[in-house]
Design a protein around this ligand. Structure first.
Ligand SMILES: [Zn+2]
Length: 144
């Protein structure tokens, strides 16, 4: 499995949870996470307004600045399935599922590397948003 940049990967989790909370939609169904620039794709009905982009950026940065601890815990698969959508995990993931928690803000099944505290992510910047055929794409980067 590819090792993502831990800062970008934690930013992706925070962005996903913020999209869930702001718009009541699902986490991104597709993501390209790179060290310099990343993008997440969401099933949605339209592009974001300029105000929503600003609001989203501000909310993600508030979570980062709160310096929440990022912890991994392991749950039996049956237990995890009660709370989380495990549909995207490979069956080979086994009987135990790793859950990554960012404070009390976000929890998500994940096997990747993360920062230890959210403030290490830096500053989250939306590069652009784009909408086509039911897919909202958000491009973002991080500043130190
Ligand atoms: Zn992850």
């Amino acid at each position: 499995m590819k090792e993502y940049d831990p800062r970008m990967h934690s930013a992706e989790h925070i962005l996903n949870q913020t999209m869930v909370r702001m718009f009541g939609i699902s986490r991104s169904f597709s993501a390209h996470v790179e060290k310099k620039k990343s993008r997440c794709d969401y099933r949605f009905t339209r592009d974001l307004t300029a105000e929503e982009r600003r609001d989203l950026e501000r909310r993600v940065n508030e979570v980062i600045a709160a310096d929440l601890p990022v912890r991994a815990e392991f749950l039996p698969r049956e237990e995890a399935a009660k709370t989380f959508d495990l549909g995207r995990l490979p069956d080979a993931a086994g009987d135990t599922v790793r859950i990554v928690r960012i404070g009390d803000y976000d929890a998500c099944p994940c096997s990747g590397a993360h920062v230890e505290r959210s403030a290490s992510v830096g500053t989250f910047r939306i590069g652009s948003t784009q909408y086509a055929d039911g897919v909202l794409r958000i491009r973002f980067r991080l500043q130190d």
